[in-house]
Each structure stands twice: as structure tokens, then as C-alpha cells.
Design a protein around this ligand. Structure first.
Ligand SMILES: Nc1ncnc2c1ncn2[C@@H]1O[C@H](COP(=O)(O)OP(=O)(O)OP(=O)(O)O)[C@@H](O)[C@H]1O
Ligand SMILES: O=C(O)C1=C[C@@H](O)[C@@H](O)[C@H](O)C1
Ligand SMILES: [Mg+2]
Length: 190
């Protein structure tokens, strides 16, 4: 006797497409959510998480604000590049860059030349980013946010740099961090 029951199908199962990258690098201005989204993304993938700002502070034993005031921005940038180079040597890692990292040519070359590395630009208008940073509880001091006009100027200068160094672009303005995680994964699995 032939069964009238339909063959089971997999139509209602969404297969998880593999990622074509071994590293996801998040870039964007201060407050874009690189650290917050990066940590969530790494947890979701079961990957390591590397926060470049945190690793600079750990490796050199002082806060970024102290480095800026005692040694200047240029020395901070050298330290930042050293940490980025090391982070890019890892696999299955989500890397949250510091907001200014793509301004440095060395960092842009490192990103370009490291294979299987997906760079994602987390974007939002300056006013939203500024408010997020001001409202962030327990946030570390961001030296380059102390002067709002100068920060807005940097934001304008950097916008094309972020766009050029990232293949993927996510607009986060009206999203919660978890929605941004979903948007990033959708892009990278497309
Ligand atoms: N859609 C969103 N995506 C990410 N973060 C968001 C979002 N909405 C609000 N936030 C909040 O913005 C704040 C700043 O986020 P975060 O510290 O991750 O930024 P960042 O890009 O790492 O900044 P920085 O370059 O200074 O390290 C956090 O309090 C975070 O919860
Ligand atoms: O936008 C920037 O230049 C910075 C952003 C932060 O992530 C830190 O890397 C530091 O405060 C500088
Ligand atoms: Mg951060």
C-alpha cells in the first residue's frame, strides 16, 4: 500500500551557510558598536574576540587616555598597529578595531593583505554615535571625543576611508546590537 503522507522536506529548515572568512574585522567611528557587536558576534560563532583598544591597554600597561596625554597620538598609533598585526595572525577571530585604525596606511595594508578577512563598516550618523558614547555606562575616556567639533571633523574625514577599506557596510542607526549581529551574519553568508 502506498502511503498518502508527503515525503518529509527540509523546506522549513534554514541551513547555515558557511562563512567565506576566517576573520571578521569591524571598523567604524567611536560608538559604532565595534566592541559591543564584536563580542556578541564572536560568541554566536564560537570564535575568539580581539578588542584592539583593550589589547593595546593590556600589552602596554596603561589606558589609551594616558598614552595620548603622556606619549601623544603617534605613539598610540604605532602600538595600535603592532596589536592589529598580531590579531590578524589568528584564525576564527572577530576583531574590533579602534575607531581611528584605518587612518594609518600600515593598518589598511595589513587588512588588505590578510587573506580570508572580511572587513565590515558599522555606520551611523555622527550625532547618534556621539550620544551613544556619552550615554555608555562605565566607558573608558575617549580622548578624541573630548572636543565635539574636532570629533565631527574627524568623522567627516574618515567616512570615505571606512568605506574604502570595508567590503561590507551595515547601517546601525536604528538597530540594537543584536540586530547588527544578525545583519553582519546575513551579509557574510550571502
Ligand atoms: N546598534 C548598535 N550597535 C552597536 N552598539 C550600539 C548600538 N546601539 C547602541 N549601541 C551602544 O553604543 C555604545 C558604544 O558601543 P561600543 O563601545 O561597542 O563602540 P565602539 O565602536 O567599540 O567605540 P570605540 O571606537 O570608541 O571603541 C554601547 O553602549 C553600545 O551598547
Ligand atoms: O577614533 C579614534 O581615533 C579612537 C577610537 C578609540 O577606539 C580608541 O582607539 C582611541 O580612543 C582613538
Ligand atoms: Mg571599542
Amino acid at each position: 500500500m502506498t502511503s498518502m503522507l508527503a515525503e518529509p522536506t527540509t523546506d522549513n529548515i534554514t541551513p547555515t551557510a558557511p562563512l567565506s572568512a576566517d576573520r571578521i574585522v569591524l571598523t567604524g567611528f567611536m560608538g559604532a558598536g565595534k566592541s559591543t557587536v564584536g563580542r556578541l558576534l564572536a560568541a554566536e560563532l564560537g570564535w575568539q574576540f580581539a578588542d584592539v583598544d583593550a589589547e593595546v591597554e593590556e600589552r602596554y600597561g596603561s589606558t589609551i587616555a594616558q598614552m595620548f596625554s603622556a606619549l601623544g597620538e603617534a605613539e598610540f598609533r604605532r602600538r595600535e598597529s603592532a596589536v592589529i598585526a598580531r590579531a590578524l595572525g589568528r584564525g576564527n577571530v572577530v576583531i574590533a578595531l579602534g575607531g581611528g585604525a584605518p587612518e594609518t596606511l600600515t593598518n589598511r595594508l595589513l587588512l588588505e593583505q590578510t587573506t580570508r578577512t572580511a572587513v565590515v563598516f558599522l555606520d551611523a550618523p555622527f550625532e547618534i554615535l556621539f550620544d551613544r558614547c556619552v550615554l555608555q555606562e562605565g566607558a573608558a575616556v575617549r580622548p578624541l571625543l573630548m572636543d565635539a567639533d574636532a570629533a565631527a571633523q574627524r568623522f567627516r574625514q574618515r567616512a570615505p576611508i571606512y568605506r574604502r577599506c570595508a567590503k561590507h557596510h551595515v547601517s546601525t542607526a536604528d538597530q540594537h546590537p543584536q540586530e547588527t549581529v544578525t545583519a553582519v551574519l546575513r551579509l557574510l553568508r550571502a
